[in-house]
Design a binder for this molecule. Structure first.
Ligand code: TXA
Ligand code: MG
Length: 358
């Protein structure tokens, strides 16, 4: 049985936070909102509780969890000798959508870190999350609150679709703010290394720590050699329908007529600007799923995972998604798109027709 607790994200009701925190303290599981995506939380000091997270999600045991702490001053409780750079960065940007990988404190159970000697830590900028951690009195281990391989949840309804009946509590705290997960930086290397592009841009973070090394593989979505973070070897964020990256806007503009000729249906995941150019189109052969303006990437990031879920619900057989510039937040958006397409691209109308089997 899953209890739903609706909490005001601006003024969280203390008695409701206490109710959810008591579940964490009793080794239970609580899905809660953060500023990035919803998390599936359990006490980060309790190995039995953390094992439940892996079995609920169907998550491979070699994929470690992120520990969520209530403030930068608590870093020493989960990590060792964080160093001045990490301390400076944490004070500058937390609470906020940055996860740092640091040497682990021996008190953290090895199930959390999947046996590694490093731990991923973040302090989320969300009142419900922060008060839940504070009231629980422990760091909260939480991956994204989706079933493994499904897109991360950015709305309460997404969590309900994936986890109803599987977790003790789901907190309904409305939509998340950023819509893509936190940026992960490995602080154990010099210079620090970007492991996952996310809601915080590299440019923003470099203001506080100097140069951050960005592996080339993050730019083209092709995993070269070893995966950067253990979780990155798995197909992630993926809709269950086929999704292809449209190499050119012209592919999207011709998609409705190509689909009509093939007697198939496509979903077009595109910017507002491309949707406007598509204009009046044949609604029988194409469904438009708008991501937001290409000049405001915050909208596209916020809508992306919901768009993947909308593709799954639609009657389209194939989705095609627009390419965004890999700058700033665009790096995180394109990283998620590459993972969702699994490298599938369409360059022209002919290729699209072939994919549709027309
Ligand atoms: O925004 C977020 O970070 C969300 C919210 C809920 O906080 N959480 C999230 O967790 O995205 P998850 O589990 O879906 O992604 C965590 C990623 C995985 O790819 C995992 O492999 C990596 O972090 N990770 C965890 N611990 C690590 C470590 N010690 N070294 C390297 N990567 C690590
Ligand atoms: Mg995840």
């Amino acid at each position: 049985m899953t209890t739903i607790i609706r909490i005001d994200p601006v003024n969280p009701e203390p008695e409701k936070i206490r109710e959810a925190a008591s579940v964490i303290r009793r080794s239970g599981t609580v899905a809660f909102p953060t500023e990035t995506v919803y998390g599936l939380g359990a006490s980060g000091l309790d190995a039995t509780a953390c094992r439940k997270i892996f079995s609920i999600k169907g998550r491979p045991a070699d994929n470690p969890l992120i520990l969520h702490i209530r403030s930068a001053s608590r870093l020493g409780e989960v990590a060792m000798d964080a160093g001045t750079k990490a301390a400076r960065l944490s004070r500058a940007v937390w609470p906020g959508p940055l996860t740092m990988v640091l040497r682990k404190n021996p008190l953290i159970p090895s199930v959390v870190t999947a046996g590694q000697d490093t731990v991923a830590v973040r302090c989320p900028a969300h009142r419900i999350a922060l008060r839940l951690i504070g009231e629980s009195g422990v760091p909260i281990a939480a991956p994204s609150a989706n079933i493994s391989t499904r897109p991360s949840p950015t709305k309460f309804e997404h969590v309900l679709q994936d986890l109803d009946g599987k977790v003790d509590v789901i907190i309904d705290g409305g939509d998340t703010t950023f819509g893509v997960e936190s940026t992960i930086i490995d602080m154990t290397s010099e210079p620090p290394t970007l492991l996952r592009p996310g809601a915080f841009t590299v440019d923003d973070l470099e203001k506080y720590v100097g140069r951050i090394s960005v592996p080339k593989s993050l730019h083209n979505g092709v995993a070269v050699g070893q995966p950067l973070a253990p979780g990155m070897k798995y197909r992630h964020y993926a809709p269950s329908k086929r999704l292809a990256l449209a190499d050119r806007t012209s592919v999207m503009l011709h998609a409705p007529e190509v689909a009509r000729a093939a007697r198939k249906r496509v979903a077009i995941l595109c910017s507002m600007e491309t949707a406007a150019r598509l204009g009046a189109h044949d609604a029988q052969s194409a469904t438009i799923i708008q991501l937001g303006s290409s000049s405001d990437l915050y909208d596209a990031a916020k809508n992306l995972f919901n768009a993947f879920r909308a593709l799954d619900r639609s009657s389209a057989e194939l989705g095609i998604v627009e390419r965004f510039e890999e700058r700033g937040l665009g790096l995180a958006i394109m990283n998620r798109i590459y993972k969702a397409t699994g490298g599938l691209t369409v360059k022209n109308a002919k290729e699209l027709a072939m994919l549709l089997g027309g």
